[in-house]
Design a protein around this ligand. Structure first.
Ligand code: ADP
Ligand code: MG
Length: 333
């Protein structure tokens, strides 16, 4: 991958923009949906068409949130959590397929990604600084196991084989929503766009002949950039321990949970994944975070479409084989 310094990028960009037809322009909008910041930017020769494409993406995000949010009692996902421990619960094929895809990620990551993590995960309340006791974790942990979720392909039903089991799609739903947004933009003939939902971004096309540079922030300082990754026609997701957390007695409790222990994972400060789709990068960023660089790179270096960047607790930045950062030799791994 080729790296451009930001100022080189800005100069080239100014040159490229001058060549475009006069009426073409970038249109953008930010909204709060799915409990996060949704950002959409499109390159459009017609401002009204650009704005209506952006609205279509926002509407899609709201639709997916209504279907899959575990915060909304009326969502189909909440219906699963309310009833699947007693009977099979039928859901739309779309939701069924995403749940099934989640089990694929569980399978290839030895359970590091597991939507049934929520059986313990619900005991954490970060804004209220609440975490479960060891005893509560011990009681809840046996319900965490994706293999105890019965998926009936013919009827699109979900059944929990373990009492106390819960699921949430917080670890893959935003990536999926971003991919749906990009698909809608493509269908409208948009060739250059960015769709972001929280830590999940996908780029359609490029930035007028040059890649976009997507920043990975410093874990302790949102204004400091650790590195920038050039992206065109690709997705990138970052999972960090600074997104939803609280500190207590020198320990950080945050929203990425190791399904095998029920505790917040602590091998890295952030894990970033780059791959063709945001569903892929979203699912694998939790995996990378939970497993840590050594084990995660074993998996990722075998998947040619995937790259990864880790920020370790001691501040080192580690890259997968496919990335060539402009770092001095001593910092490369
Ligand atoms: P964001 O929500 O900002 O996109 P992440 O992509 O890092 O952040 O996703 C974090 C979310 O993933 C958590 O809030 C939770 O819903 C879910 N999650 C946490 N741990 C796991 C896990 N081990 N497997 C699957 N999902 C998880
Ligand atoms: Mg995400």
């Amino acid at each position: 991958m080729r790296y451009l310094r930001p100022w080189v990028f800005a100069v080239l960009l100014a040159g490229a923009a001058a060549l475009q037809p006069a009426r073409a322009e970038w249109r953008e909008r930010t909204e709060a949906i799915m409990g996060t910041r949704i950002y959409v930017q499109v390159w459009s020769t017609d401002a009204a068409a650009g704005d209506s494409a952006i609205e279509a993406v926002m509407a899609e995000m709201r639709r997916i949130d209504a279907l899959m949010s575990h915060y909304r009692p009326e969502s189909q996902l909440s219906q699963i959590n309310a009833h699947a421990n007693r009977r099979p619960v039928q859901v739309d094929k779309e939701l069924f397929d995403l749940i099934k895809l989640s089990t694929y990620y569980s399978q290839i990551t030895q359970g590091a990604f597991d939507i049934t993590y929520a059986s313990v995960g619900y005991l954490y309340d970060y804004p209220s600084h609440i975490h479960p006791s060891e005893e509560q974790i011990d009681q809840a942990l046996p319900a965490v196991n994706w293999r105890n979720m019965l998926l009936d392909e013919a009827h699109h039903t979900v059944r929990f084989e373990h009492r106390g089991m819960r699921i949430d799609l917080g670890g893959i739903g935003k990536g999926y929503a971003v991919d749906r947004g990009i698909a809608l933009l493509k269908a409208r003939g948009i060739a250059h766009a960015v769709v972001t939902a929280g830590g999940d971004t996908r780029i359609l096309g490029d930035h007028l002949g040059r890649p976009w540079l997507v920043a990975i922030r410093h874990p302790d300082d949102p204004k400091r950039v650790i590195t920038r990754i050039p992206l065109s026609d690709a997705a990138m997701s970052t999972s960090g321990d600074y997104e939803r957390y609280f500190d207590e007695d020198g320990q950080r409790y945050h929203h990425i949970i190791d399904p095998h222990t029920g505790h917040s994972a602590s091998k890295v400060r952030s894990a970033t994944i780059i791959a063709p789709t945001a569903t892929q990068t979203d699912g694998m960023s939790k995996t990378a975070f939970v497993l840590g660089p050594e084990k995660a790179l074993e998996i990722i270096n075998r998947m040619p479409e995937f790259d990864a960047v880790f920020v370790t607790p001691d501040g080192r930045v580690l890259y997968s084989n496919g990335l060539r950062p402009p770092a001095p030799r001593s910092q490369q791994h």
